[in-house]
Every structure is written in structure tokens, then in C-alpha cells.
Design a protein. Structure first.
Length: 294
């Protein structure tokens, strides 16, 4: 793995030990990250006075031995073109992040990491382990955005916020917690604490009818949050949609949520990684910003 570092500090002075550290992985191949996710990451970091770390992931494609490449269509040139395209996109994305962060007076560090193409998603997860939160995008017709999201959520040990396509980042006034009493949900609540305590309103949502929910219910969590100074309340809804993930999201939108907080559930079964129903439903099509933690 080759690493290129560049650090650009903005004008905002902060206490380092109190500054949240956000991570933004930027894809360069086969598809490039959008300008919108850079804008959203800068905006979101600005709202929460965080230091943003943008990491452009460039690809190294293994070269095919001459004996094989002679049988294919100019493979060495195709590989060279792909690697040059990846490097050029990285430079463009880093430049865009630098300019946007400077305009918004957001502290930014940027770097470029070169990794083998098959390890691209694992590299994003490995890099995310150093930071408090990863900021990711989801575009339905770009499959790699979901693959990166799954890799970071389940491989980094850190929470991630997923911004769907065309969603603009903004302050979190109303935060909805999807609560089922599970370990993953409890972890997500803990990881979302900085946003929970700054939100104007928090709703603890329990969706019934899909599976038995253990006691104590979301009402107890809401009581605990209220005792810590959060304007929290609990609400329950019935599972009525085609999937539990869709039902949770639709209810959150009906409540006026700016963001949904939920646990990411998944486990290995032989050679496959199996996602829980709600996790799979949300990762299939997030309808609003989602903070997910595993």
C-alpha cells in the first residue's frame, strides 16, 4: 500500500482533544465519488465543528504476464489507462474537497491511498478505524456505494452516516432512534450520543409486528435520555410495509426525522455474510440520512 499525505488546516481554531474526527472515503474507480458527498461531508463537519479527513482511494491493477496479455486486447494499455484515470479523479476530488473546506472554514486533512483493486472496500474500512465517524454516500445505480458502506459498517468498528443520492446535509433537529432492544441498537445509540444530545428532539421508535420486542421497551430508553437532559419521547408503529427496513424509514419520515439512528445487524453463515432484515432493507434503499453502527 502506498500513501500520499497532504494536510491543510483551515482558519478555525479548536481544542484538539475536543474535536470530532470525521472520515470521508473517496472512490476513484470504477466509478468516482460524487461532488455532492464532498459538499455534504464538509457541511456536516461544519455543523458539528469536526475535523474532516478526506481519503482518495486510487487503484493498482495487477499486470498480466506477457504470455497472457498478448492473447488479449492491448491489456497493458488498458491497465495503464485505468490507473491514470483513477489518479486524475483522485486529484480532482481532493481539489474539490480542499476548495469547499476552505470556503466553509472547515478543518480538512486530505490524503491519497493506493491499493489493489480487489482490496478497495477493505481499505476503506481499515482507514475508517482511525476516526470517530465515516461519512458515506449511497447511489442506487452505483453498486460499489453499497459495497463500501457494508465494508465500513461491518469492518471498521466505527459508526457511519449514509447520505442517499440528492440528499443535502443539514443540522439534526429531529433524530429518530430505531429501537428493538438489541446489542446493535444499544451500540448505535451510544455512537450517536454527540448528535442525540445536540438534537432539539429525539424520538425512540419501536416497530412491532415483525418480531417480538424484548422488555424494557423504547419508553424506558426515552426515560433514560430525558434524565440525561435530552428532549426525548417514545413512539410505536406497526410493521405494514413490504420490508421492515422500509417500514422503519417510512415511519421516521412521517415523524419528520432529519436522521435515523439504527444498529447494523449481520453475521457470517459459512462463506456468506448475512444481513438482518432491517439492515438489508435500509442498505438496499436508504430514504433519509442513516447513522448505522455495528
Amino acid at each position: 500500500m502506498e500513501i500520499d499525505d497532504c494536510n491543510r488546516g483551515g482558519p478555525r481554531e479548536m481544542e484538539q482533544d475536543m474535536t470530532a474526527q470525521y472520515f470521508l472515503p473517496l472512490a476513484t474507480y470504477p466509478d468516482s465519488s460524487s461532488g455532492l458527498i464532498i459538499s455534504n461531508a464538509v457541511t456536516f463537519a461544519g455543523y458539528y465543528s469536526a475535523h474532516l479527513h478526506a481519503c482518495a482511494l486510487t487503484v493498482a491493477i495487477p499486470h498480466i504476464p506477457n504470455a497472457w496479455s498478448s492473447l488479449l486486447l492491448d491489456t497493458p494499455k488498458m491497465i495503464e489507462h485505468a490507473e491514470i484515470l483513477s489518479r486524475d479523479r483522485a486529484a480532482t476530488l481532493v481539489s474539490a474537497a480542499t476548495n469547499l473546506a476552505a470556503s466553509a472554514e472547515v478543518e480538512l486533512s486530505c490524503r491519497t491511498v493506493k491499493t489493489a483493486l480487489p482490496l478497495l472496500h477493505d481499505t476503506a474500512a481499515t482507514e475508517a478505524r482511525f476516526f470517530d465517524l465515516a461519512i458515506l454516500e449511497f447511489i442506487a445505480d452505483v453498486p460499489d456505494t453499497r459495497i463500501v458502506a457494508e465494508a465500513v459498517i461491518f469492518g471498521s468498528g466505527r459508526p457511519a452516516i449514509i447520505f442517499p443520492k440528492k440528499t443535502l446535509a443539514g443540522p439534526i433537529d429531529h433524530l429518530v432512534i430505531a429501537w428493538d432492544g438489541s446489542r446493535a441498537a444499544a451500540r448505535a445509540v451510544n455512537d450517536a450520543n454527540p448528535f442525540i444530545h445536540k438534537a432539539k428532539r429525539v424520538s425512540v421508535l419501536s416497530v412491532t409486528g415483525e418480531k417480538p420486542l424484548p422488555e424494557p421497551s423504547g419508553a424506558h430508553l426515552a426515560e433514560i435520555l430525558v434524565s440525561s437532559g435530552v428532549n426525548a419521547s417514545s413512539t410505536a408503529a406497526r410493521f405494514t410495509s413490504s420490508s421492515i427496513g422500509l417500514s422503519i424509514q417510512q415511519t421516521a419520515l412521517e415523524l419528520g426525522a432529519d436522521i435515523l439512528v439504527m444498529g447494523g445487524f449481520g453475521h457470517s453463515r459459512l462463506r456468506d455474510f448475512v444481513l438482518g432484515g432491517a439492515t438489508d432493507g435500509v442498505l438496499h434503499e436508504p430514504l433519509l440520512p442513516v447513522l448505522m453502527s455495528h
